[in-house]
Design a protein around this ligand. Structure first.
Ligand code: NAD
Length: 486
């Protein structure tokens, strides 16, 4: 039976909206849950509740706020089984993906708790003998807008550090994953005893996203915005935030390259390619979206990669833990992936394995013969499709990798560490992983992209810096007088 989440979580209360929308299971299209459909008025109420909670929350000691973050982490651990099932049912993810994500999230809250024990400023020298300090303080209300692909992880990453630092949050999860990206946080914050209003959750249907979205970005009480999602939406949000002179951190799409050098360990390289391209059906912002292989090892790499990928089973992840490749999140996404495959084939690409699209299920697909005029070369795919492209020299590999509007992450496989660093330093990406795939994350690292992949960094102290205001405060001790005429 479908679950029901009739209420929004505002000011520590469960507030009925009077209307609800369908939250679908992407594997079979069934209604997984009915979820409260928030509107602009509710969004304003959530912002006002966050603002009302701010003085008390920011006034707690760093240790008290850390303590709440640790309780949230423990609650997430207690709810793990439920969360894994929901990530499968609501998000269409493989069992192993659910285990990874549910295991990762408590660590985000623990890292946020640990951040609270770091210095909150610096003491600077002064020409006048003043005590001159750079001090950080929380901003107030922060809006967090999160996507559906790793809904719990990315929501946690968006809100844990700002809240630990003393801000209060209005969260709008994706309409595709309102439970795993939203309501479960409300339930867990309530169970952990976090004071009312520190976290407010406004779910809404796709129809209401533009109006609710405008309120939670433009309302004068909102001081900072954490957005994770697509580049087109991120551009709009960053522009609106800019018009209101608000701080905004946008983590957006990618077209990440994995470069396989001629000296690579091909076992490592093909495993990195397989995981990086097909984990969660390629629906990861930092998925491997083009594999560049040096021509001497191209054939050997391709046959071993195809052999590995052919073993990945496609099917409903809730029905069988062995179904590593689940459905894409919705029909629109499946249509886009199909279009990219058809466009590539029509323009001369060869399908090495896969190519089949059955409703929202897409087979792991490897393409060769891909050229810059094909959509799959330039556009983010966000599906289990990857071109393998040969290169001759490292400079050529770097040029192909950088030939993209995006610049999120990248990977380089080589036994020569110096060569790996040289390539890494030439790549126009916010992150690069030598001897690994582009898919990597840890709670305390500076996560983010260059070019059209985003502005700002999430994670650890970088989140804290983004969502606090740095002030200059001095204490005069008799060293600086005023001109005598004054
Ligand atoms: P999306 O941009 O469609 O939606 C992201 C969020 O923005 C959702 O909550 C959505 O409801 C909201 N939104 C949409 N229009 C809005 C508006 N006008 N005002 C306010 N909010 C609005 O992205 P998606 O489909 O959920 O996620 C997939 C995309 O996210 C991919 O491009 C992927 O690469 C990217 N992504 C990036 C990262 C990263 O860290 N760089 C991580 C995960 C996903």
């Amino acid at each position: 039976m479908a679950r029901s989440f009739d209420n929004l979580f505002i000011g520590g209360s469960w507030v009925p909206t009077g209307s609800a929308f369908d939250d679908l299971n992407p594997a079979d299209g069934s209604v997984w849950a009915r979820v409260a459909d928030g509107n602009a008025g509710m969004a304003v109420r959530a912002i006002e509740s966050a603002q009302a909670a701010f003085p008390q929350w920011s006034g707690l000691t760093h240790a008290e706020r850390a303590h709440y973050m640790l309780k949230v982490a423990d609650e997430f651990e207690r709810r793990r089984e439920d969360l894994v099932a929901a990530l499968q049912g609501e998000g269409g993810g493989w069992f192993g993906k659910g285990m990874f994500e549910s295991g990762y999230v408590p660590g985000v809250f623990r890292a946020a708790a640990a951040m609270n024990y770091n210095p909150i400023g610096e003491v600077m020298p002064s020409d006048y003998g003043k005590v001159s300090m750079a001090m950080r303080r929380p901003m107030g209300v922060v809006t967090v807008i999160s996507p559906w692909n790793f809904p719990t992880l990315l929501t946690a990453r968006g809100l844990a550090f700002p809240i630990a630092a003393g801000n209060c949050v209005v969260l709008k999860p994706s309409e595709e994953t309102p439970f795993t990206g939203g309501m479960i946080f409300a339930e867990i914050f309530e169970a952990a005893g976090v004071p009312p209003g520190v976290l407010n959750v406004v779910t809404c249907s796709r129809e209401n996203v533009p109006t609710v979205g405008d309120v939670i970005v433009e309302h004068p009480l909102v001081k900072g915005i954490s957005f994770t999602g697509s580049t087109p939406v991120g551009r709009v949000i960053a522009a609106k935030a800019g018009a209101h002179l608000k701080k905004c951190c946008v983590e957006l799409g990618g077209k990440d390259a994995l470069i396989v050098c001629d000296d690579a360990d091909l076992d490592r390289a093909t495993a990195a390619a397989n995981f990086g391209s097909f984990m969660h059906q390629g629906q990861i912002c930092m998925s491997v979206e083009k594999i560049l292989v040096q021509e001497q090892v191209f054939d050997a790499f391709l046959s071993r990669f195809a052999e590995r990928a052919a073993k990945l089973k496609v099917g409903d992840p809730s029905a069988d833990k062995g179904h590593v490749i689940g459905p894409l999140i919705n029909d629109k996404q499946a249509g886009k992936v199909r279009e990219q495959i058809e466009d590539a084939v029509a323009k001369g690409a060869r399908v090495v394995i896969g190519g089949g699209v059955n409703g929202r299920f897409v087979e792991p697909t490897i393409l060769t013969g891909v050229t810059p005029d094909m959509k799959v070369y330039a556009e983010e795919t966000f599906g289990p499709v990857v071109p393998v492209i040969p290169f001759r020299t490292d400079d050529e590999a770097i040029a192909i990798a950088n030939d993209s509007e995006y610049g999120l992450s990248s990977g380089v496989i080589t036994k020569d560490e110096g060569r790996g660093f040289a390539i890494a330093s030439a790549l126009e990406t916010g992150m690069c992983h030598i001897n690994c795939s582009s898919v990597n994350d840890e709670p305390h690292v500076p996560f983010g992209g260059s070019k059209s992949s985003g502005v700002g960094r999430h994670g650890g102290r970088w989140s804290t810096e983004t969502f606090t205001e740095t002030r200059w405060v001095t204490l005069e001790r008799g060293g600086r007088g005023f001109p005598p005429m004054f």
